[in-house]
Design a protein around this ligand. Structure first.
Ligand code: AMP
Ligand code: MG
Length: 300
């Protein structure tokens, strides 16, 4: 387990404006790890990840048995930050029946015909389940803020979205999340914080390695030109929507294993904090179990 005080380092504070430059994308847990040689580090990383998955599996099992809470995990990041790999890691530790993943791409014409939260509401996790949003309603204050022409028909013709418009979207998101939290959904939001230099290295790897070519999309490169605008939009969104009931975590993502371990660990710790119990067996049920045992044992 990663220590609680370390987890707290990644939680976005509710006082003042978030400054992403204060979060190091290359963070690796303490000097302990920096002293390792490369091979030893890899081995240690494997151990951490394996333990991590065992803990998560146990927490999820209890969540499912208890059946009162749902867990919503929101993953946001720039391209190539490792969202897919992180989901794969987290998912590999849990019972597939207790977990759902939804990826949100560009909205359809039908989506745009509704309020901006509509398409996400339909995909919320049921009690007892973990739901992962690979991109989310936050795109509506991120990519859409960077490219305001994507707003669609919500605004009157020719009007450009301004401060008030975005302020209202943050307000709507906070109210939506508050509603979910009050109704038994634990919400955890992760921004995988990759550096611009590491994104370049990963894009080049996608170009260099034939089996990774499919992952490269020319539009990823054009979005990279808007890096600074995206960082501004992230800072605004994180500052406005990190709440007691739905906190944001900024996850160091330049080392993939670090990001995976930290995300899984935060999820496990948060689920464990929920006061979950296996359903109690009543006296009457105990009698039925005893009858069943007698019957099974009495079989020829
Ligand atoms: P990917 O997840 O890399 O396959 O890409 C999905 C694309 O859909 C990204 O370019 C997102 O920015 C875009 N996208 C996701 N949600 C929205 C949204 N609400 N409005 C506009 N574009 C979106
Ligand atoms: Mg992409």
């Amino acid at each position: 387990m990663i220590r609680k005080d370390i987890i707290d380092l990644f939680r976005v504070s509710r006082d003042g404006k978030v400054r992403l430059k204060n979060f190091n994308p290359g963070w690796m847990q303490s000097e302990e790890f920096e002293e390792f040689g490369k091979d030893a580090l890899k081995e240690r990383a494997q151990q951490v990840l394996a333990q991590n998955l065992a803990d998560l599996a146990e927490a999820q099992n209890l969540l499912y048995a208890d059946d009162r809470y749902a867990v919503l995990i929101v993953l946001q990041a720039m391209d190539a930050a490792g969202k897919d790999g992180t989901i794969k890691h987290v998912m590999s530790g849990v019972n597939p029946q207790g977990c759902q993943v939804f990826s949100f791409k560009k909205p359809s014409a039908e989506d745009l015909d509704h309020n901006f939260l509509w398409r996400y509401m339909k995909c919320l996790p049921e009690r007892g389940r973990i739901g992962i949003f690979n991109r989310s309603y936050y795109e509506d204050v991120l990519v859409v803020k960077v490219h305001p022409e994507l707003v669609g028909r919500q605004l009157a013709r020719k009007k450009k979205p301004g401060k008030k418009f975005w302020g209202q979207r943050y307000e709507d998101i906070n109210a939506f999340e508050r509603h979910l939290a009050r109704n038994g959904t634990l919400i955890l939001k992760f921004f995988l914080n990759v550096s611009k230099a590491e994104q370049k290295a990963r894009f080049l790897e996608r170009l260099d390695r034939p089996e990774k070519n499919w992952k490269f999309s020319p539009s990823d490169l054009s979005e990279r030109d808007y890096w600074a605008d995206y960082m501004d939009a992230y800072e605004d969104a994180l500052s406005a929507t990190t709440t007691k009931w739905a906190p944001w975590y900024v996850i160091p993502a330049d080392h993939k294993w670090v990001a995976r371990a930290v995300v899984a660990d935060i999820i496990t710790t948060a689920i464990r904090g929920l006061d979950l119990r296996y359903p109690e067996v009543t006296e009457e049920q105990k009698k039925l179990l005893s009858v069943a045992r007698t019957k099974l044992e009495g079989e020829e």
